[in-house]
Design a protein around this ligand. Structure first.
Ligand code: R5P
Length: 300
């Protein structure tokens, strides 16, 4: 087996390779003056099973093009199989038509990936449980929840798990089942024009019982607004400490600054998305999903 990486998250690809007792095979990514890219794989792959790792986080379009070109290069070079590992699947939030006239972006992305002849894909904590069903090729939908569960059990036992919106109930229920912890749900609203987030109420908080610690669980942080609004609501409800566990640290705009200056105690994320040093902040902790991905690849 040979493993390749695009440029979006090489540290994760290196860790996955190490777990598999492999080294990353070299890829030459040449950037032309007009920013077009030329991809060349620098290893022989004839009759080999191959893996390509590329998170399609910001800059999403560029990272997708790299992924497409690496897959194409592997196919043209005679690879026996190509498994795509896309720990963060960009455009997944546009998974249906919210308003008349919109495109279903993730459907377009999936059609492109499949048209290149990929044999299977590994994705991680996708936004909608329906997304894997949109693929025609085999999809392995992995989750950071077991990694989070171990960490919560070790350091934050005796907490309540919180979904910051109705869309995340399934995720929180799974974690609650894994570590036998109670959960509650915040109902939130986001204005599609302005992006403003408002929290309406919390359902499921035990009455007449002091809760010391709440743990918000979500799939991604982009602007950080969902987490901050939820955390403030929890503090208003007399919960002393709010911790956050999120798989995808997209961290757009001012998210790191907002989170550092918020009522949140700690933000625990995974390395599904590469976080540049400029986006690190003291309250941030990063857990690795490399082993989870490598364990799945070993089964192929
Ligand atoms: C929304 O339904 C998602 O699960 C996340 O809660 C959301 O995408 C986070 O975005 P932001 O950080 O911009 O509020």
């Amino acid at each position: 087996m040979k493993i390749f990486s695009g440029s979006s998250n090489k540290p994760l690809a290196e860790k996955i390779a190490k777990e598999l007792n492999l080294r990353l095979s070299p890829v030459d990514i040449h950037i032309f003056p007009d920013l077009e890219r030329r991809i060349r794989i620098l290893d022989k792959v004839v009759d080999q099973d191959t893996v390509v790792v590329q998170s399609t986080s910001t800059p999403t379009d560029q990272n997708y093009m790299e992924l497409f070109f690496i897959i194409d290069a592997l196919k043209r070079s005679g690879a026996k199989s190509v498994s795509a590992v896309v720990p963060y699947l960009g455009y997944q939030r546009q998974d249906h038509i919210f308003r008349d006239g919109e495109a279903v972006s993730i459907d377009v992305i999936i059609k492109n990936i499949e048209s290149l002849g990929v044999d299977r894909i590994i994705v991680f904590d996708v936004h909608s449980v329906k997304t894997p069903e949109l693929f025609k090729i085999p999809v392995f939908h992995l989750s950071a929840l077991p990694v989070f569960g171990d960490f919560v059990r070790k350091y934050y036992n005796d907490s309540i798990l919180i979904s910051p919106d109705a869309g995340g109930i399934r995720r929180v229920k799974i974690l609650a089942g894994l570590i036998k912890m109670p959960f509650a749900v915040i109902t939130k609203d986001r204005d599609l024009e302005t992006g403003e987030v408002t929290a309406e109420k919390i359902e499921g908080l035990p009455k007449n019982k002091k809760i010391k610690r709440a743990i918000i669980v979500d799939d991604m942080i982009s602007s950080g607004k969902t987490i901050i609004v939820a955390a403030e609501m929890l503090r208003k409800n007399k919960i002393d400490e709010v911790f956050v566990f999120v798989t995808h640290a997209i961290f757009s705009e001012e998210a790191p600054k907002l989170l550092q200056n918020s009522v949140v105690e700690k933000v625990i994320v995974t390395d599904a998305v590469f976080i540049p040093k400029s986006k690190y902040f003291p309250k941030l902790k990063v857990l690795s999903i490399a082993k989870t991905i490598a364990d799945q690849i070993k089964k192929f």
